[in-house]
Design a protein around this ligand. Structure first.
Ligand SMILES: *[C@@H]1O[C@H](CO)[C@@H](O)[C@H](O)[C@H]1NC(C)=O
Ligand SMILES: *[C@@H]1O[C@H](CO)[C@@H](O)[C@H](O)[C@H]1NC(C)=O
Length: 442
């Protein structure tokens, strides 16, 4: 391995000198399953195939990995400064703040190109994810099908697919259906959850506040007035474009709860309630080391809850069996647990785009496909917290409600000019609607 000579040393021979001019000194490297990728002080990236013999592993040859695939016309481009990766995937960091993603298949294809044509080919394919460009990415961590980026503001963004909706992206709350509002497309029951292309423009960030799960759960169940929001919920599930745009709205609304001016005193170091210091991933798993400002985190928590005056009135004038209506959801028959579950399920079914009792009552459905269809007994729907009537994301407990308990499911003007239906005013974008790059390779 080449090393630059110290101040008063000289290159030992010509071969070494050439090495210093063509390759340079290694700054950082990543060992993948069958390649080593490294960056040198010349700002170049190289890769070598690991060759196994009975006694040892060797890297008999290396090739330069071209990183001029960002469509930039400049010949020079920005030098590479770092490479990180594991198993099949790696990321090249450039001095100008760009981060390019590639994998072993691309490396191998490039490796197998004949060396005379390789020089001219712009071969190696990199993904250029907008959310990773000039966004202070410090490190990336790859699992088998997903990966995370740690940004200099202590936030973690997630990309890729979580096999069987396993939650590896760290976005989904309780998985399907809540993960849909974060932009995850699930393929059937127990199917893979893939982050939509919309989410690659500004990124989807991992949230650590338990309350945000409640908020997403509340919205997934239709918000303050599910009947009014019914069509928008349907659109958000049925249409990938709508889901992507709605998920961006939730991303914006869900960020920076700890940055409220009222909470500034508790945020002395300005790092926020949760500041990730490092990230890791492997297989279907993810992890992070997070610095928690507990005082600030508590205050964010407290800010989510208010006393619910209507619940107090209820307590005075009704008996215990009266169901809580502080959730803002329509009333349902008291007492009978089974009917309550059916009632909640009906809203769930709306969101899942399945037939509801209204459809079957209207005679739109053949027998067995309506409200009481066997599907209702799908354990995934019945045994999750989501369908637990006492916990629908509107109230943390008796006499209290979350501050979003009166919020409606958002109504957006979509990027193509279509207006989502409904009776409420249009929802505003906290940081503006982005110009999505949907050509991004996901
Ligand atoms: C969305 O709805 C349309 C019309 O109602 C239907 O034809 C289509 O199959 C649905 N798509 C999905 C993904 O459910
Ligand atoms: C706009 O987007 C929505 C949602 O994807 C779609 O239903 C609608 O047909 C589009 N309208 C136009 C004019 O393209």
């Amino acid at each position: 391995m080449y090393q630059r000579p110290r101040a008063n040393e000289r290159e030992t021979d010509q071969e070494t000198q050439a090495m210093g001019e063509d390759v340079g000194e290694v700054l950082s490297y990543a060992v993948l399953e069958s390649f080593v990728v490294f960056v040198t002080d010349l700002g170049k990236v190289f890769a070598g195939l690991i060759t196994w013999t009975a006694q040892e592993q060797n890297i008999p040859d290396i090739i330069e990995v071209p990183i001029q695939t960002d469509g930039s016309t400049s010949v020079e481009g920005s030098p590479a400064t770092d490479v990180q990766g594991s198993f099949h995937s790696f990321a090249v960091f450039k001095q100008n703040g760009e981060v390019l993603i590639s994998n072993e298949d691309n490396l191998r294809a490039h490796w197998n190109t004949k060396s005379d044509t390789r020089a001219q080919s712009d071969a190696l394919t990199f993904k250029r994810i907008p959310a990773l460009q000039h966004t202070g990415v410090i490190s990336v961590a790859f699992g088998d099908y997903h990966f995370h980026a740690l940004h200099s503001n202590g936030q973690i963004s997630s990309y890729g697919t979580e096999p069987q909706g396993c939650g590896a992206l760290g976005l989904g709350g309780h998985g399907d259906p809540e993960g849909r509002l974060r932009g995850i497309r699930y393929r059937g029951v127990g199917g893979d959850g893939q982050l939509l292309a919309h989410c690659y423009t500004r990124g989807r960030h991992v949230w650590f506040e338990e309350e945000k799960k409640e908020w997403i759960r509340f919205m997934t169940s239709g918000g303050h007035d599910p009947e009014e929001a019914k069509e928008r919920l349907r659109m958000s599930t049925n249409d990938t474009n709508v889901q992507g745009e709605v998920s961006e709205w939730f991303e914006q609304q869900g960020n920076e709860w700890d940055k409220h001016p009222d909470l500034a005193a508790a945020d002395e170091d300005g790092l926020g309630a949760y500041f990730a210091l490092s990230i890791t991933a492997a297989g279907w798993h993810s992890g992070a080391l997070v610095l928690v400002n507990e005082d600030l985190a508590d205050k964010v928590k407290q800010k989510c809850v208010v006393v619910d005056p209507s619940a107090e009135e209820d307590a005075e004038s009704h008996n215990e069996e009266e169901p809580e209506t502080s959730s803002g959801l329509p009333p349902h028959p008291p007492g009978a647990v089974a009917s309550t579950i059916q009632w909640v399920n009906n809203w769930t079914r709306w969101f899942l785009g399945l037939p509801t009792s209204a459809d079957s009552e209207a005679g739109n459905l053949p027998a067995g496909q309506g409200y009481n269809a066997p599907f209702l007994h799908d354990p995934r729907l019945l045994n999750t917290d989501f369908t637990e009537p006492t916990n629908h994301g509107a109230s943390p407990g008796k006499g209290l409600k979350y501050v979003w308990a009166d919020d409606s499911f958002p109504r957006l003007r979509l990027s193509n000019g279509t207006e989502m239906p409904g009776e409420i005013p249009f929802s505003q974008w906290k940081y503006g609607r982005p110009a999505w790059d949907l050509d991004v390779q996901i």
